[in-house]
Design a protein around this ligand. Structure first.
Ligand SMILES: [Zn+2]
Length: 157
């Protein structure tokens, strides 16, 4: 395990285990879902800031292979708000979880702004099923970002 500081979190992470997870994933969730997600897939190259790209590289996360994509229902400004969710092998050694529990099965994001268009959260992923662990703990990296509508399909949100 290596140590890394990411916004308010310090994590121990294992890039080799993460790499082997991504090697087994054939395709990102964005391609496999709906029109909103396909737009995100088409805009992926511009979705992440230089900071996020280097963070994903350090953790050995393949940015084309999200666990999930969330398209926020807010009207575009004119960019569309999305979240990309990625698993990586590791554990939080300091910093409160990226989701705050708000009562019965309720969770509220408690993210950090890391640059002009990006908020991120690191979480145990309380509402997500972690990959089969084989003794490795997993964390979910949630990246909130904005992209234009680049898809041929009709723009919607
Ligand atoms: Zn979708």
């Amino acid at each position: 395990m290596k140590n890394l500081r990411i916004a308010r979190w310090t994590v121990e992470y294992d890039p080799e285990v993460t790499r082997s997870l991504y090697a087994k994933i054939p395709i990102g969730r964005a391609e496999a879902c709906c029109g909103s997600c396909r737009n995100f897939a088409s805009a992926r190259e511009q979705a992440y800031s230089p900071y996020i790209r280097s963070l994903l590289e350090t953790l050995d996360i393949d940015l084309r292979k999200e666990e999930d994509v969330i398209h926020h229902p807010d009207p575009p400004d004119p960019l569309h708000h999305y979240e990309g969710l990625f698993w990586f092998a590791g554990r939080i050694t300091s910093g409160r979880d990226g989701y705050e529990e708000t009562g019965k099965r309720g969770w509220k994001p408690d993210f950090e702004k890391v640059d002009e268009r990006t908020n991120l959260g690191i979480t145990l992923g309380p509402f997500r099923r972690a990959p089969k662990s084989q003794g490795t703990p997993w964390l979910l990296l949630v990246i909130e970002t904005k992209v234009p509508w680049v898809s041929e399909e009709e723009e919607h949100w």
